[in-house]
Design a protein around this ligand. Sequence first.
Ligand code: UGA
Length: 352
Amino acid sequence: MMDVLILGANGFIGSHLTERILADTDWNVFALDLGSDHLERFLDNRRVRFLEGDIAINHEWIEYHIRRADVCLPLVAIATPATYVRDPLRVFRLDFEENLRIVRQCAKYRTRVVFPSTSEVYGMCEDAEFDERTSPLVCGPVTKTRWIYSCAKQLLDRVIIAMGRDEDLSYTLFRPFNWIGPGLDSIHAAKQGSSRVVTQFLGHLLRKEPITLVDGGAQRRCFTYVDDGIDALMRILRNENGCCEKEIFNIGNPGNDHSIRDLAEAMVRVLGEFPGYGETAAKARIEEASAEEYYGKEYQDIVHRVPSIRRAGEVLGWAPRIGFEDAVRRTIAAYVAPGAVDALGSGDDDVC
Ligand code: UGA
């Protein structure tokens, strides 16, 4: 039995994690978020205590629950690259300043923190696979505001590690690599540049608008299905025999390393499989734009990004199971054919 505090519980990772905790454990969830649309079906559960609130305002509630909880996951952050360019100070205030306050309180009250670092900390690292403890973290010049998110998360990683050493903060850092799945972003809000690439493309496809490949779409990502990510996160929370204490884990699927062009083509193909969407897929248009045209001149892209998941395998006994096309299919199904996701099975067929 454990009390888990999830700040940002209504978000993509938070809502999937809440669902899994309620299904697989007897733990309590203390949850805070600005909204509750992804949590509606859990709000009557007596193991959930939800506050509709803001981490920048509801300080007393947060401090009280940090003190009470066994573990805190501060998941509130802006995570869309267009916002890093458009509104870097908002990213700094929320992703860095607000989260620093929470991490300090975790140290003060001796509450374990499981902190979402990010694949973005590696930036333009040239290693074939990014290693949590040895890969260099490579950001562009300070005039490229795109890197403010990467730097904010990196500095928090460093603060947490220092607090672990000097103030005995109990922590685990995890770095999601392009997790995708139902609820990633709202497709209705997916105007150009407003969300991450999968929801961005899906919103355009469903509205019969062209998809834009930035700089030709040769840049690559390792798309990781959210259920695989949550499997790893549950192992981190269980923390058998303290195995995750002061650890850092990349949580991604190196077998799903694909270009953004591959992604666009796979999404069109898979959408066409769903009843009623054949014509939409057949008429899909793929256009190209330069990064400067699409995001502005303060953007820089990441050409490749592959995690080493050796550590997660050794310590957590974890490996991702859902392959690329299956992950795309499950994500699209959640938007165009809700209910079809369960029928797609467990994914064991597609081990990477
Ligand atoms: C993301 C975000 O920074 C965070 O959500 C997160 O920390 C991290 O990566 C992660 O999920 O691992 P990025 O992968 O660059 O960064 O974000 P996306 O918006 O999903 O873009 C992926 C790629 O698609 C980029 O190369 C971008 O230029 C391209 N793209 C995006 C297009 O070609 N067209 C679009 O319409 C949108």
